[in-house]
Ligand binder design. Sequence first.
Ligand SMILES: [Cu+2]
Length: 351
Amino acid sequence: MQILATPVLAITLALVAMERILGIGIFDPALGGDPVLYQHFFWFYSHPAVYIMIVPGFGIVSEIVTTFSKKHIFGYWAIALSSLAIAFISFLLWGHHMFVSGQAPLASVIFSFLTFLVGVPTGIKMFNWAATMYKGSIDLKSPLFYVFGFFFLFLVGGLTGIVLGTIPLNVHLYDTYYVVAHFHFTMVGGMLMAFLGGLHYWWPKMTGKMFNEMQAKIASIIIFIGFNVTFLPQFAMGMLGMPRRYYNYIEEFRGFHQLSTIGAYVLGIGLFLVMYYLIKSLFSGERAPANPWKSRGLEWQISSPAPPHNFEHIPVVVHGPYDYHKPMDGFQLGLSKWGDGQSKETAGIER
Ligand SMILES: [Cu+2]
């Protein structure tokens, strides 16, 4: 997605430079250019750009959900193929940012339909994650707290995306705080929550230190509350007509804005708490065991932090990374079957 989308932004900047420096009319109507063309270029890059940030988050969520449900991921192929479908469809959606830019009505209808279509693979993922947790042996650890935050916030972000993809609603909501709220629910819900979940999940593996689990859970709840207090009022404000990118507003919106401001401070406190206990863990945290979450993933079978060359010898893998239905002993036995009779110690495997 980065290879296909990001160069378009670079090309657009090059075209702007050519227009400014050489006076070639590309976007400026005074020079015979088309300003809407700029929007096409911009959104052809910027819609996939959002997905570039979210899709890795989907991968993190899949890892965390299986580890803390102790269950094989439900619908492995559906999860994998839906990622590819989301990546592919993301290149066909840019026009949903331009319903009010004077594009052809037929184009708007097609872009609207394709926008609804991307909800299908995204929905497949959500249901597969829910099915993975169903009847799982749920281990309520801090990375899973962030994934729960992801489920709720990203769901709201996705559903309000369907609202914005609906042409008549979009005409009313375009350039209002509704869009600001929707965008933050997808970005913070989709990317930041998954990032924080992944940061907590792999922190012991990266640093070799355990953070304070209780503080991590409290911080995740503060962040979740702070985020909702900040951005939920913006949906209401946007529907009532508060435009985005304005410093001033009429008296009617004061309450919403003040609530948002309070929420932003709560959100900030939560994020500073994360910074505090993570940095503290580096100095005074307990030593992390090789596999603190009892995961089946290959990276958890080496010591924490990961040794410079990960595996001294190529491990023999006899089970998949999500095979929680197979006994743990057999799994470790499989990994310790080294081709050339190396001991488990040199391979960094801890029992
Ligand atoms: Cu978009």
